[in-house]
Design a protein around this ligand. Structure first.
Ligand code: FES
Length: 273
């Protein structure tokens, strides 16, 4: 290399300058705070509703139509109505033990460790950071490599348990077509099935599910079937946030519908039988 070409390619020396003195917390002019606020309100309201319903221990089963709310499935407490207990009754009946105490904690951990919900509550509840180009609400960041956030890694295992619980919800929805008067279809059946379909979309679009199908593959060409499934799951995965919110909504709607029919606030709209 000649001296001339070396000079031509040398980077110009950059004089060190102090950062611009900007007093504002952020230069964003849009309503960046709206999404975190809405998330706080929606998640708090959902948790409040769920807690009230789970400890109500009533109006979870429609005896006439065999509708069981997902908040009480599987109903395994000795306090459960026998017809609503599709998997036996073995947990003690106590006001502080939910009738579905076997599955609710698992579902809670599954959602709490979900990649999407992590983003949602890190931003909205912990302000870490509340939005892009907005300063973090905390002075330091330790990531998810140490206690307690290292437990977020449990997600890949809770995925398998969530699959089983979704299967149980599907079983409940199928059984509900066989009511007291025999096989029939009512609005409650559509609500239960709609909820289960959404639960499957949410569960199967999980990032862990993508990993199950193709996480360790080096050559897609040698595993065409797994590759096809991976493509499908990846497509669903792009809407994971949407399924996460929709399922929160369908769970509440399904539970509220079963509660209303069970309490006799209105009768189920029947299409067949
Ligand atoms: S990443 Fe959301 S359920 Fe797995």
């Amino acid at each position: 290399m000649t001296t001339t070409s070396a000079k031509a390619t040398a980077l110009p020396a950059v004089a060190k300058k102090p950062r611009a003195a900007i007093g504002d917390r952020t230069l964003r002019k849009d309503r960046w705070w709206l999404a975190p606020w809405l998330t706080v309100v929606a998640l708090t309201a959902w948790l409040g509703y769920g807690l009230v319903r789970v400890f109500m221990q009533d109006w979870y089963w429609s005896a006439e139509h065999h509708y069981l709310t997902p908040f009480y499935s599987p109903c395994v407490s000795t306090g459960c109505i026998p017809e609503a207990s599709h998997f036996g009754r073995f947990l003690p009946d106590h006001p502080l033990i939910p009738y579905a105490a076997l599955t609710l904690p698992l579902l809670l951990i599954f959602r709490l460790t979900c990649y999407y919900y992590r983003k949602a509550y890190y931003r909205s509840f912990w302000l870490s950071p509340p939005a892009c180009a907005v300063p973090d609400g905390h002075a330091s960041y330790t990531g998810e490599t140490r206690f307690p956030l290292i437990f977020q890694n449990l997600h890949r295992y809770t995925f398998y348990l969530a699959l089983v619980i979704t299967l149980i919800n599907t079983y409940d929805a199928i059984l509900a077509f066989d009511g007291e008067a025999g096989i029939g279809i009512g609005l409650g059946n559509l609500v239960l099935v709609g909820n289960v379909v959404m639960l499957w979309l949410y569960t199967v679009s999980c990032h862990s599910c993508r990993h199950v199908f193709a996480g360790r593959l080096k050559h897609f060409s040698q595993h065409p079937i797994r590759y096809r499934w991976w493509l499908l799951v990846s497509r669903l995965n792009t809407r994971h946030m949407l399924w996460a919110w929709i399922t929160l909504g369908t769970l509440v709607v399904t539970d509220a519908y079963v509660m209303a029919v069970s309490a006799g606030w209105f009768t189920d709209l029947r299409f067949v039988n």
